[in-house]
Design a binder for this molecule. Structure first.
Ligand SMILES: [Zn+2]
Ligand SMILES: [Zn+2]
Length: 253
């Protein structure tokens, strides 16, 4: 499978775009930067979006993406998310006050977007790619995903503090090629990381003790003001399996 990193950060600045992956050019995982990175034609190719949770750095481009593809896509854009995420997005984003309700435009029978509620650990197969939502530990209900195609598997989790199920699934997945995980704040901001349920290099190091296999661990969702300090602290861990997920790069697994 091809995984293109459109946005690899937990916030926005000149160099940092918000969390968003594009899988095989057609399926988006989170929607932090679809409209900022892709041409309109490339956006029209995206027919499905899976969301980890409803925070702004993960859904930011959704309103503008929907507007850009409106009337150009053959059918409604499918949006898969947990019941809690669907509720929040309907109530706070596509509520006609913040942005029009595109589940009723142009009309409710043929809408521009359709929400589908996903369940923890119930796999979804989309275009031959299997996505299994894994519950993680964040401020609000949030999922990481086990992504599988043609015998290779990747685990991608964005926002989470110390967690357990993700590592259990990583340990039991035989053909796991990589794990992508949150490293939002530097160690000095540990109290903020703790109350907001994110990881720092030091809590990441503790988390990695739960991983019983050797695979590349790709770090992402760095908060833009913390990037330099996080990179320095991760270097000091001297763990050869740790890399940073590279924004703009296309990975093949
Ligand atoms: Zn986030
Ligand atoms: Zn979040």
């Amino acid at each position: 499978m091809r995984i293109q990193v459109l946005g690899g950060f937990g916030g926005e600045s000149l160099q940092c775009r918000m969390t968003c992956l594009l899988i095989n050019g057609k399926i988006a995982l989170d929607a932090g930067s679809l409209s900022q990175v892709l041409s309109i034609e490339q956006q029209v190719d995206v027919h499905t979006i899976l969301l980890s949770h409803s925070h702004m750095d993960h859904v930011n481009s959704l309103p503008f993406f929907i507007e850009n593809v409106y009337g150009k896509s053959e059918k409604a854009i499918d949006i898969h998310a947990s019941a809690a995420t669907v509720y929040s997005i309907r109530k706070y984003l596509f509520n006609n006050a913040t942005w029009p309700d595109f589940t009723r435009l142009p009309n409710h029978l043929l809408p521009a977007m359709l929400f589908h509620e996903m369940e923890s650990e119930v796999p979804l197969v989309i275009d031959g790619v299997t996505f299994t939502p894994i519950p993680v530990d964040h401020l609000i209900p949030t999922h990481g995903f086990l992504i599988e195609q043609n015998g290779s598997a990747v685990i991608w989790s964005s926002d989470t503090g110390p967690t357990s199920r993700l590592w259990e699934i990583a340990n039991r997945t035989p053909n796991l090629r990589a794990i992508c995980i949150d490293t939002s704040f530097d160690n000095a901001l540990q109290p903020i990381a703790d109350v907001s349920y994110h990881l720092t290099p030091q809590t990441l190091e503790t988390e990695l003790r739960k991983l019983q296999k050797k695979v590349p661990v790709l770090l992402h969702h760095l908060k833009p003001p913390c990037v330099g300090r996080i990179q320095e602290e991760v270097r000091k861990l001297r763990n050869p399996d740790l890399e940073f997920l590279e924004q703009g790069k296309e990975y093949s697994f």
